[in-house]
Design a protein around this ligand. Structure first.
Ligand code: NAI
Ligand code: PYR
Ligand code: MG
Length: 371
């Protein structure tokens, strides 16, 4: 198979879909790997590393899209990239379709087959291709939140760990999955007073068993949130209902009970965000203020630490990328229900129920496509 990896074009996105090691594995499996010139530079991988791995360097994204049977990326295809997708072509990347009707319609119109990293599952009910980036974004969230809390950036002027004689910042984490757990660990490590809310009791039990002394846990409800919100200096939005639009947990009206200069970090923004006042921002212009409350809503946070993120993502995607290349999407998905869970679009049909519900589009059961 011809596997193509274009350079990412989303603003300030420095990750790349294939590492030189991934390219080397694919070549060893008998595939041809086409990398757009400079695709890996932002993550510290010059073209020469890919050439040494046996890949071919291609001058433009247009040539990569025109030649490859499978496109491997990081971020959802941007409008110009979507125009280059074609019938029968396989796209393997993050998509986040539920909050993005335009992208969904373009993918359906292209006739391509699109497998979304964020909905591929594993045996334990986890999301193995989202997890590495959730680890990164979770660990970044207190770091960017702490920066936003600084007075010059619009924040309350509160130091995460406080100092002897002055108490620490209070951090509330909504959702105790991968993002939430990593955010809580780092915030607690910075010395903040941290509480994690989740709706899953097994998850809360796990967090209490493993991190009992480090942070507190609470069962997520509107009542408990209303109680904790006025005390919080920082709230991290880390909830997820896989594939679906994020539930709005904090309304604009509720900003009024928060302390002026408090910070909302909405990591769930890629699924539409879990605060009513969230709108996606970029690394170039990451924060804004609504009713005195600072918001950080960057939809591709891991791009800020492109090298760490590219390596972490590559570790997770490689076996799936190889299965797709070796077997073709149909057999690979027929043999692996977890990979089939990643199928969102095929030949003009939407195949992911939660996306269909969010966007009001009829879906087909992906199992019927591989039977
Ligand atoms: N902005 C960015 O750059 C990035 C964003 N993300 C996003 O972060 C979000 C979280 O991802 P993960 O932690 O990997 O998901 P996860 O599935 O590991 O965790 C989500 C948690 O939310 C909980 N939850 C669901 N509804 C809730 C509610 N109403 N109240 C409290 N908890 C609730 C679930 O029980 C689960 O424990 C996703 O939308 C993901 O796409 C992930 C990586 C990068
Ligand atoms: C998960 C995601 O959207 C990202 O890493 O950018
Ligand atoms: Mg996105």
């Amino acid at each position: 198979m011809k596997i193509g990896c274009p350079k990412e074009i989303k603003p300030q996105e420095f990750r790349v879909g294939m590492t030189p090691n991934a390219a080397m594995e694919a070549v060893a499996h008998g595939h041809e790997v086409l990398i757009e010139t400079g695709a890996g530079v932002g993550a510290g991988f010059p073209d020469a590393d890919y050439v040494a791995a046996g890949a071919r360097i291609i001058g433009t994204a247009a040539e990569v899209f025109a030649t490859a049977d499978m496109i491997v990326k990081v971020k959802e295809p941007q409008a110009g990239e979507r125009k280059m997708l074609r019938e029968g072509q396989l796209l393997f990347t993050y998509l986040h379709l539920a909050p993005d009707p335009e992208q969904t319609h373009d993918l359906l119109a292209s006739g391509c087959t699109a497998i979304a990293y964020e909905t591929v599952t594993d045996r334990s009910g986890g999301l193995p291709l989202l997890a590495p980036m959730s680890e990164v974004a979770g660990r970044l969230a207190p770091q960017v939140g702490a920066w936003t809390l600084q007075k010059a950036n619009g924040g309350r002027g509160v130091l995460m760990g406080g100092v002897p004689g002055v108490g620490p910042a209070r951090v509330l984490v909504l959702g105790g999955g991968v993002v939430g757990t990593h955010a809580a660990r780092i915030a607690a490590g910075m010395g903040a007073d941290v509480t994690v809310l989740d709706r899953s009791l097994p998850r809360l039990r796990y967090l209490d068993d493993v991190f009992g002394g480090l942070f507190k846990t609470g069962y997520s409800s509107a009542g408990l949130l209303a109680e904790l919100l006025p005390q919080a200096d920082m709230v991290v939005g880390a909830v997820l209902i896989p594939g679906a639009a994020a539930p709005k947990l904090i309304t604009r009206k509720q900003l009024g009970v928060m302390k002026p200069g408090s910070v909302l970090v909405d990591v769930a923004i890629d699924q539409g965000g879990c605060f009513e006042t969230s709108r996606a921002t970029t690394h170039q212009d990451p924060i804004y203020e609504v009713d005195g409350i600072m918001h950080y809503c960057v939809a591709n946070m891991p791009g800020a630490v492109a090298r760490t993120s590219t390596l972490a993502l590559g570790n997770a995607t490689m076996p799936f990328m190889l299965a797709l290349a070796d077997k073709g999407w149909k057999r690979a998905c027929a043999e692996d229900p977890h990979l089939l869970a990643g199928l969102n679009v095929h030949a003009g049909q939407l195949t992911y129920a939660a996306v269909g519900e969010a966007l009001g589009i009829a879906t087909v059961d992906p199992k019927t496509l591989v039977a």
